[in-house]
Ligand binder design. Structure first.
Ligand code: 2NL
Length: 365
């Protein structure tokens, strides 16, 4: 057997391989389980010791040089492929700068910025907290009993396992747990808003399983419903940028507030569309429910680690997505979360134009 000729032939084939696929086929043909050189190695077992001593080193040397040639050719082909890719992926540094900034602020982010700006002016801080909560912070502390429908599997996304203390874990259904945590961590007095993502197992034209809520909480001494009404009126006038916003407070029920009030805002119908402003009782006008609120239930103040005989407060909650739709005129909630670039461009806001009370909170278009 002429191992030198076999070697030359193999090396020539390897040198001629023009791509990694061909090279791999060659490798399998020489060194694979059924490969020709692997076959030669197997013949060693049937040889007499003298013959094996003479032929063995030649076959091993053949395998060695073929294996080295394969590795070297592989490196060369990979380097060539990389060089070709880099040549095609050059960055043209002479391209002109974009005329306007690319990307825009999502209406939900814009409204959250507006809320922070408006409430900061009234002395509120922005509080945030975990979206994965335990049963107690989301329900128990808020006087929502085990039997309450809001706790049913139907509305709440539960995790399969409990936490270390045996409490059920869930995706928060409102941002109230943020305010419970703030009471426990900071004590009183408190003035905060808690904007953020919340989750409910609900999905149709007007409900998405994830949506955005803002809640507000004030705890101090001698707080009454008048403070609540003034705060919401001042907020809504600044947010909708109209002085003629009129509120109607209606008795309602929430487990976490007592008394509870639903807040309606008067609207007029202008060109077939509802425009907020003016009394809903005037001819051609109506009332739209916008917020839920009330005086914080004594049990909730106590769950927050405070003495309800010393501290009182009010709280409110509203949907941010809905506030954005009303202010900026979108009619389909689901489009908020589709990520359609055309929608984002159309309804998005200039990232260089931040909401300010002096410049107009919502004029950044
Ligand atoms: C609604 C109603 C509401 C609250 C949220 C609250 C939070 C704490 C204590 C007491 Cl820590 N209350 N939040 C109160 C009343 C209403 O939201 O319709 N939201 C969309």
């Amino acid at each position: 057997m002429d191992y030198a000729a076999t070697r030359e032939d193999a090396l020539a084939q390897i040198a001629a391989a023009q791509d990694l696929g061909t090279l791999e086929t060659l490798r399998v043909g020489f060194l694979g389980k059924q490969g020709s050189i692997s076959g030669l190695l197997k013949t060693l077992g049937g040889m007499l010791p003298e013959e094996r001593q003479q032929v063995g080193p030649q076959i091993h040397a053949l395998r060695e040089s073929v294996s080295e040639a394969l590795a070297a050719r592989k490196d060369a082909l990979e380097a060539a492929a990389l060089a070709q890719r880099l040549a095609g992926e050059t960055v043209d540094l002479t391209l002109p700068a974009p005329e306007a900034p690319r990307g825009s602020i999502h209406p939900v982010s814009q409204v959250m910025d507006e809320l922070a700006e408006i409430f900061a002016d009234m002395g509120f801080a922005v509080a945030t907290g975990p979206e994965i909560e335990d049963d107690w912070h989301n329900f128990g502390a808020l006087n929502i009993p085990e039997s309450h429908p809001a706790r049913a599997m139907h509305d709440t996304f539960y995790f399969p396992d409990q936490d270390g203390e045996g409490r059920a874990m869930l995706l928060r259904t409102h941002t109230s747990p943020v305010q419970i945590r703030a009471m426990l961590a900071q004590g009183a007095p408190i003035r905060i808003i808690a904007p953020g993502r919340v989750y409910r197992s609900d999905s149709d034209a007007t409900h998405t399983p994830m949506f955005h809520q803002v809640e507000g909480l004030v705890i101090d001494k001698g707080i009454h419903l008048g403070h609540l009404k003034w705060t919401l009126e001042t907020f809504l006038k600044a947010f909708f940028e109209r002085d003629d916003i009129v509120l109607r407070l209606r008795p309602s029920y929430f487990p976490f507030t007592e008394p509870s009030v639903e807040v309606d805002v008067g609207f007029a119908i202008v060109g077939g569309k509802r425009v907020l402003g003016g009394s809903g009782d005037a001819p051609g006008h109506g009332w739209m429910e916008l917020l839920g609120s009330g005086m914080v239930n004594r049990k909730v103040i106590a769950a927050g680690g405070l003495d309800p005989d010393e501290w009182q407060g009010f709280a409110f909650g509203a949907g941010i997505d809905r506030l954005a739709m009303l202010k900026y005129g979108m009619d389909d909630l689901r489009a908020f979360f589709d990520g359609d670039a055309r929608w984002n461009r159309h309804y998005g806001f200039n990232p260089n134009d931040v909401p300010t009370l002096s410049g107009g909170v919502g004029t950044a278009a």
